[in-house]
Write a protein that binds this ligand. Structure first.
Ligand code: AMP
Ligand code: ZN
Ligand code: ZN
Length: 442
């Protein structure tokens, strides 16, 4: 089940208010103050220049395409011939490892900031803030429009600030003025805009006169993820969605070729996470484990968060923080280091993670979903092979016909900054990764 279908949590408590004030200060930081207030990015990444690899021709546009929920092995199903041809002529990574949690908003924002969710502040698709009604709900534009949620500096903000135009045909965060800056061209998310219309909008932006033409563009498709949730990763519906999105990519590639841009644009095609088979009968029923009057559920799903009510800390930690059947819970501050998750006070004090194929829900949700229907889920441990995402690069700046080992999605941002010739903001990425991707890169 997409997290959107879970019930909202009840009112906020003072204890979180104090913590989240701190987070808000962190989230609103601009690039100038970032190093002073942000949880520290890795030293290697923040100090490295973007010049780890060979020079990139100056004026090439860069188009970042996301196919939400495209598991890396979908590329081998024979349903995406245009994407496969792009990969064969360019660079394909064995996989792109998502950041934890392997959810849509945290990972899309990681891709464009190079920061782990713990550091950029979009720690979940649904977050509680510091007031009674202070919530971030990923598919409620009235909440995501508040720039306070979005920390770090997304690549389009860096581009605009450094004199380059950007254009976003959907991307989480792109319809919010982050640090007061929006892309020159952007669209509010609307799933009714067809894949073809999205492609034509991007092509239209590339047709603008040189002084108005964007150098950095995004293009986003949710169709594969949606079919995966509703029918599972092995379903004909996912294959149909792959075919549909590949046709849109074909339209894009043909449109670029018709404009003489076939070999004069750098393309990255990525995804945010993969998907694994789940079912509405593989549910960890949380109110069978803990008294929800003593412990408040902040969110449910594959990754669920809990906050003890006042005076209930000992009960909450004793009852929840351990391995359960099909679920593991930690205190926020004691999560495994490899998750890079837990320092941000927006993360609830207790984090529970479902085992692959399972979800965490309440008994009333279970009553409403009694049937064993095949479905798909993500959000799980980002080390799981099924959570692995897509990375394909094609264009004059990239190697031809190269296959590279998997790498972390925080490493995409330094590559974007390098390709745009802009100064990267402090980030968690490893700029050495791009050496294996760029032509003559190392
Ligand atoms: P998830 O629940 O993590 O699978 O999120 C995927 C869903 O997020 C997609 O099916 C879209 O409906 C939604 N989505 C993607 N991008 C945006 C956006 N920029 N604004 C609002 N919703 C979005
Ligand atoms: Zn997603
Ligand atoms: Zn999804």
């Amino acid at each position: 089940m997409p997290t959107a279908r879970f019930l909202p949590a009840p009112a906020l408590r003072l204890i979180l208010f104090v913590c989240l004030c701190l987070t808000a200060a962190c989230a609103t930081r601009g690039p100038a103050t970032e190093s002073a207030t942000a949880p520290a990015p890795t030293a290697a990444a923040s100090s490295a220049s973007a010049n780890a690899a060979a020079p990139v021709p100056a004026e090439l546009p860069l188009l970042l395409v996301s196919i939400d929920g495209f598991r890396t092995d979908y590329l081998d199903r024979g349903k995406t011939p245009r994407l496969a041809a792009l990969a064969a002529g360019g660079v394909r990574a064995d996989a792109l490892r998502p950041s934890f949690p392997s959810l849509t908003f945290p990972n899309h924002y990681t891709l464009v900031t190079g920061l782990y969710p713990d550091h950029h502040g979009i720690v979940h698709n649904r977050i509680e803030g510091d007031g009674e009604n202070d919530r971030f709900v990923y598919n409620d534009a009235s909440t995501t429009a508040d720039a306070r949620w979005w920390g770090g500096e997304p690549i389009w903000v860096g581009a605009e600030r450094q004199g380059l135009r950007s254009a976003t045909m959907f991307w989480p965060g792109s319809d919010t003025a982050i640090a007061g800056v929006r892309p020159s061209y952007w669209k509010p998310f609307d799933r009714n805009v067809t894949p073809e219309q999205r492609v034509d909008t991007v092509l239209g932006w590339l047709d603008l006169p040189p002084d108005q033409r964007p150098r950095f563009l995004t293009l986003y498709f949710e169709h594969v993820d949606r079919a995966g949730h509703d029918h599972g990763p092995s379903s004909p519906e996912v294959n149909n969605a792959l075919t549909e999105v590949d046709a849109a990519l074909g339209r894009l590639l043909d449109g670029l070729a018709a404009r003489g841009l076939g070999n004069a644009i750098n393309l990255l095609v990525v995804s945010d996470h993969g998907l694994t088979a789940a079912s509405s009968t593989r549910v960890v029923v949380v109110d069978d484990i803990v008294n929800l009057k003593r412990v408040r559920a902040v969110n449910y799903g594959v990754v669920a968060g809990f906050a003890p009510e006042p005076g209930q800390q000992a009960y909450a930690y004793k009852t929840l923080v351990k391995r359960h059947d099909h679920m593991r819970c930690w205190r926020r501050t004691q999560m495994p280091a490899r998750f890079h998750y837990g320092s941000n006070p927006r993360i609830p004090p207790i984090v529970c993670l479902a085992d692959p194929g399972w979800i965490i829900a309440r008994s009333d949700w279970v009553k409403e979903h009694p049937h064993d229907s095949p479905r798909g889920e993500h959000g799980y441990d980002n080390d799981l092979p099924e959570m692995r995402a897509l990375f394909v690069a094609s264009g004059p700046s990239f190697r031809h016909g190269a296959r590279v080992p998997e790498f972390d999605n925080v490493d995409v941002y330094p590559l974007l900054a390098h390709l745009l010739h802009i100064r990267p903001a402090p980030n968690d990425g490893n700029p050495k990764t791009m050496r294996g991707i760029l032509r003559d890169g190392g």
